[in-house]
Design a protein around this ligand. Sequence first.
Ligand SMILES: NC(=O)c1ccc[n+]([C@@H]2O[C@H](COP(=O)([O-])OP(=O)(O)OC[C@H]3O[C@@H](n4cnc5c(N)ncnc54)[C@H](O)[C@@H]3O)[C@@H](O)[C@H]2O)c1
Ligand SMILES: [Fe+2]
Length: 381
Amino acid sequence: MSPTGTWSYPTAIRFGAGRLKELPDACAAAGIKKPLLVTDRGLAPLDITTRALDILEGSGLGRAMFAEVDPNPNEKNLAAGIEAYKAGGHDGVIAFGGGSGLDLGKMVAFMCGQTRPVWDFEDIGDWWTRADASAIAPNICVPTTAGTGSEVGRASVITNSETHVKKIIFHPKVLPSVVIADPELTVGMPKAITAGTGLDAFAHCVEAFSSPHYHPMSQGIALEGMRLVIENLPRAYATPDDLEARAHMMSAAAMGATAFQKGLGAIHALSHPVGAVFNTHHGTTNAVCMPAVLDLNEPKIRERFDRAAPYLGIEGGYDGFRAFVQEFNDGFGIPRQLRDLGVTADRVDDMVAMALEDPSCGGNPVTLDADNVRALYETVI
Ligand SMILES: NC(=O)c1ccc[n+]([C@@H]2O[C@H](COP(=O)([O-])OP(=O)(O)OC[C@H]3O[C@@H](n4cnc5c(N)ncnc54)[C@H](O)[C@@H]3O)[C@@H](O)[C@H]2O)c1
Ligand SMILES: [Fe+2]
């Protein structure tokens, strides 16, 4: 049988150091005259955010900011953001931040004119067609971490604060009109965030590369994305102002999220419930889970990693790659167990159920069930 697939590619990306100054031009390209910059609480007081607001104000675009956004943002952050957007009479959003600021900003632009609750647009079947597409405001994404790749995605991850479940909200028009990918913005990340976000990009590439679905373009992007992370994350970690390494990491992040159109897998299926219940950092959680997931998937992925390893500069095929991943994590101070991130075993039953409901489940090369997911949690906690 000849293979089939449905493929789409992302948005215009203005890539390069110093390109933050193009924000006014990006607003013009997106048709935005009165932007609301949406970011998270941690970024609000930082110089890079002040610089973005100064650039906007200097071009007569105002300096409106909404920053009541938590890591792993939830529907309450979203409601407050929509209120600020409407109160300010805005006509578009600049989503500025790591995955948390980007995802929430994208959702403010998406939800500001809808009448249904956000959960009605979960990424299930054709639920996205329920949205009034004419009421969706434009958004511009400006990533300040190099990890999630949310800037090239048509979805946001929003945590339901009552059920503690992370939901993926999808609509084609959530894709930003313009992305400004300026690696200078990532230089000031705390070391642990550089590592955790970079390893999220790595997890996206590894899981997309491992997914059984047919998507040769994503396969190639994932392979090159892995190489970029392997060669550049140690540099960015050791020498934070190495702009070349930061730029390659920013590419790898966008590539990971482009590649995971092919599918994610057990790393993300395990990690989403952990993040939602224990509020751990997403990429760091993924990194802790990766070795155990590789072990589960080994029979299905050995051959493709045997082929990839030489390109990645790793000797010993799959086995060499497996050993490399543990050393890579250790080199960034990633703990070997989730208990070191504050995760306890008392919620395993709930998390198994949540993991099996997670859309990432379907992309894992070994079929996930209650037994193997429980065994994975027991190994990684
Ligand atoms: N939409 C998607 O496709 C997608 C993919 C993966 C993850 N996610 C979501 O993204 C979120 C995680 O995003 P993240 O890993 O980028 O972390 P984050 O956005 O939560 O940021 C982590 C911390 O780093 C700080 N920070 C960010 N940039 C900084 C900078 N340049 N200098 C100093 N501090 C900085 C933030 O203030 C925050 O305290 C999670 O909610 C996750 O579920 C979304
Ligand atoms: Fe991720």
